[in-house]
Design a protein around this ligand. Structure first.
Ligand code: ANZ
Length: 805
């Protein structure tokens, strides 16, 4: 190796060999001598190609894992693959590949790449969700949920692609179109499997309070759950056409009542019209019923049809309001008894609340826009301070306090609604975990008994021609298996589970990935759960993180896991953008392939660059600057060159102080994932070592230990520690004497108008303001100044301060 530059290929290969042979990153989970620390990253989907985002996710979290180990903790830092899922199946459909082979090959190449990053994952704990050894337990856990009424079959509206003949997950619908073929997606009513996450909605919100997560993460979960406390209030409906009346009366002959959901019953006196969603059953009945209830049926029908082309998201966006009045129908305000018009409008969603709203244009923005557009009255009923006005007997009362009475008098009831729906887990897909259910000849669902788990994914399937049912339905083997085990007339469940089910419990499996007798070892779970810190992407804050919390809570209620929450801390990393500051994408041509940089500058330089790019724990986005990696490599070369300054002398005071300052600052920064400023500390320390004539071997080794989490290869290569062969990565984080951190002070003379009045003790680097403030505290000085501010200050830091009155 040259004296100024090192060969990264050489040192990387050497270190990898050394680490693997000595298995230093394998965690003995039973070792209770050290404090356990469970650091988790979101396991990847084996797409095959590792991009910068993966590097950011794995190698930067690895810095923290190494740091915690150096602090003397027993760190569990495992790796695995979320290996079921669509891309494998699409490869099978498009290119006729075997999804299993495709997945396993991708995993193999990813393992190599992840190792090349210099990561310290414990590979002996690896889990792969598509392996029967894993999905046996996904099925077992599903079975427990089924037994306890938390997994059920029911009818639901799902997204359906008429071209591909398959149900799509919501996230596979892009702008109302099928992600795969671009065809318009429809809604269909189908019988599907659901996990009852809504039963946990309140606890999922309440338990957030006990978690030390950033507030924006908690808010995202709260918004996703969308709990609203309000009331249902009935409005009587009248028809202009008498003949309609019969159809619209209840069994006792009372006029029909349209129930709205509102969070603001206090505004009931300000309701000037009522709106129903285009899909509301009343609209359907008015259009398709026997009688002509509406005098403008054609207009309403056209509006309802037009709405079908819009997605829910489009409807929620703040665009110009549209709608149509239901002419021939009037609603009656239950308190004022006023007759008000009824509209159909797409800003009201059928899936939320009751699908009908009482419109209060004076106090609701959407209603206000709509009222302006359709020239409807706007009636104010609550003042800014919350007092009711123009509200009958309630006038003058506080809105908040009157709510209960208003609901009662209006014949309504208080209710709570949620945006969250039960979790639809059936997928008409091949490459997923088979739902462990069979049907008897009457069509009743039964669990596949435990002794038949894993309930294997059949291999004789045809994925080529989507037929509307799951590809599993084409397997003869599966049908025969069911009849052989359960009897004639019994049939299999053909759907597979949403892959979010697989990823809802993998962190428990890491503790005993090969245990054939239980899903996870209970003793180990007691010691290791919840996960201490879960690091991941902000895109997973709602679905994955919420599903996992629900799943784990359900297991907690079944006494299968030891705590009510799976993850103690949650950290979201920022996003790496292309060099142009835009999101990386093939179409923009701004994709960065980290392998090219690793080849040219080495993995350490890439790791250091990524840690320096910005604080890791903040929701920012950072553009990748190619020259940034190069300059990190130059920094590492300087460290390499520093070794030529290493001499026999003992550690100087200056060396000790330099190290103490760096270790102290870095310790706090790394703990909070502020790796960028930790790298700055390494740079400051290097500058100061370079300015010294020689440095001691001890100081150099200590500096390498500070560097070790960031640049595991170079630090390993340069570390000597008395020529021991031991890896630097088994050494502790440097400790230091706190007194070394104390700021030095020097005494400087203070003159007033050239006459010496006092001596003050301050840092030689103190600013002029600090020096003057300190001097003014001295009674001799303030007397000489007669309590006034000096008109002029002459200050030589560390030497003298002269104040001119
Ligand atoms: C009258 C009112 C007056 C309302 C006011 C709000 C403010 P959150 O808080 O999100 O739950 N709403 C009810 N059902 C709806 C539906 N299916 N589609 C669209 N909007 C619907 O929102 C609840 C409020 O949103 C409800 O309270 C209702 O408008 C509207 F000053 O009723 B409110």
């Amino acid at each position: 190796m040259s004296p100024e530059k090192y060969s990264h290929t050489e040192i990387e290969a050497e270190a990898q060999k050394k680490w693997e042979e000595s298995r230093i990153y394998e965690t003995d989970l039973a070792d209770t001598g050290k404090k356990p620390y469970y650091l988790l990253i979101e396991f990847p989907y084996p797409s095959g190609d590792l991009h910068v985002g993966h590097w950011y996710a794995f190698s930067i979290t690895d810095i923290f894992a190494r740091f915690k180990r150096m602090q003397g903790m027993n760190v569990l830092f495992p790796f695995g693959f979320d290996a079921f899922g669509l891309p494998a199946e699409n490869a099978a459909i498009k290119r006729g590949l075997d999804p299993m082979k495709w997945t396993y090959e991708n995993m193999e190449s990813m393992r190599k790449q992840v190792r090349s990053m210099g990561t310290s994952f414990d590979w002996s704990k690896e889990v792969v969700t598509c392996s029967p050894e894993y999905y046996k337990w996904t099925q077992w856990l599903f079975s427990r949920l089924f037994e306890h009424g938390l997994a059920e079959r029911k009818k639901a509206a799902v997204k359906w692609c008429p071209h591909d003949q398959t149900v799509l997950a919501n996230e596979q619908v892009i702008d109302g179109k099928c992600e795969r073929c671009g065809h318009e997606v429809e809604e269909r009513l189908l019988t599907q499997w659901f996990l009852s996450i809504t039963k946990y909605a309140d606890r999922l919100i309440a338990d957030l309070d006990g978690l030390p997560w950033r507030e924006d993460i908690k808010d995202a979960q709260r918004a996703w759950i969308g709990k609203s406390e309000g009331a249902k209030i009935p409005f009587t409906i009248f028809f202009e056409q008498d003949l309609a009346a019969n159809e619209w009366r209840d069994e006792e002959g009372n006029p029909a009542r349209l129930v709205v959901f509102t969070t603001r019953p206090d505004t009931l006196f300000g309701v000037t019209y009522v709106v129903v969603a285009p899909e509301h059953p009343w609209v359907t009945a008015a259009l398709d019923g026997e009688h002509d209830v509406l005098t403008n049926e054609d207009e309403v029908r056209a509006y309802v049809e037009a709405t079908k082309l819009k997605t829910e998201r489009e409807r929620m966006e703040n665009k110009e309001k549209t709608g149509a009045q239901l002419k021939g129908v009037m609603a009656v305000n239950p308190l004022t008894k006023e007759q008000i018009p009824v509209y159909v409008a797409d800003y009201v969603l059928a899936t939320y609340g009751t699908g009908a709203v009482m419109a209060v244009p004076a106090h609701d923005e959407r209603d206000h826009e709509f009222a302006e557009r359709f020239n409807l009255p706007i009636k104010e009923v609550v003042t800014d301070s919350g007092t009711l006005v123009d509200s009958g007997t309630y006038t003058g009362k506080q809105a908040r306090e009157a709510m209960g009475d208003i609901v009662k008098e209006a014949g309504g009831e208080r209710t709570t609604t949620y945006r969250l729906r039960d979790w639809l887990v059936s997928r008409q897909r091949y490459w997923g975990c088979p739902i462990p259910v069979v049907y008897d000849p009457e069509g009743k669902a039964h669990l596949v008994p435990s002794e038949h788990l894993p309930w294997k994914l059949p291999e004789d399937v045809d994925f080529q021609a989507p037929s509307g049912t799951s590809p599993l339905a084409t397997s003869r083997e599966l049908k025969e298996r069911v009849e052989r085990i359960f009897g004639e007339g019994w049939t299999p469940e053909y759907d597979t589970l949403d892959t979010f089910v697989d990823s809802s419990w993998y962190y428990a499996r890491y503790l005993s990935p090969h245990d054939d007798a239980r899903f996870a070892n209970a003793d180990l779970m007691k010691n290791w759960l919840p996960v201490d810190r879960y690091s991941g992407g902000s895109e997973h804050v709602t679905m994955h993180l919420l599903y996992s919390r629900f799943f784990y809570k359900a297991l907690y209620d079944l006494a299968l896991v030891p705590t009510p929450e799976p993850f103690y801390e949650r950290f979201n990393r920022g996003l790496i953008m292309g060099p142009d500051g835009q999101k990386m994408s093939k179409s923009k041509g701004n994709i960065i392939n980290p392998d090219d940089f690793v080849e040219k500058y080495g993995a350490d330089a890439v790791r250091m660059y990524l840690s320096f790019i910005g604080p890791y724990n903040e929701p920012g986005s950072y553009p990748w600057k190619p020259e940034g990696v190069e300059s990190m490599r130059r920094f590492l070369d300087r460290i390499y060159a520093l070794r030529s300054k290493v001499g026999d002398a003992d550690q100087s005071m200056e060396e000790q102080k330099t190290l103490a300052r760096a270790a102290d600052k870095m310790g706090t920064d790394i703990e909070r994932f502020k790796l960028n400023t930790a790298v700055s500390s390494l740079m400051i320390a290097l500058n100061s070592f370079e300015s010294m004539g020689t440095i001691s071997r001890a100081s150099f080794d200590l500096y390498l230990r500070l560097l070790a989490p960031f640049a595991p290869y170079l630090s390993e290569a340069l570390f000597e520690n008395g020529n021991s062969q031991q890896s630097i990565h088994t050494h502790p984080w440097p400790t230091y004497d706190a007194s070394l951190l104390e700021e030095e002070t020097v005494g400087i003379g203070v003159q007033v108008a050239g006459k010496r009045r006092a001596e003050i003790f301050i840092s030689p680097t103190a600013s002029e303001e600090e020096a003057v403030a300190q001097a003014q505290k001295d009674p001799n000085v303030s007397r000489a100044l007669e309590g006034k501010e000096p008109s002029k200050v002459i200050y030589r830091p560390g030497k003298i301060l002269n104040l001119i009155p």
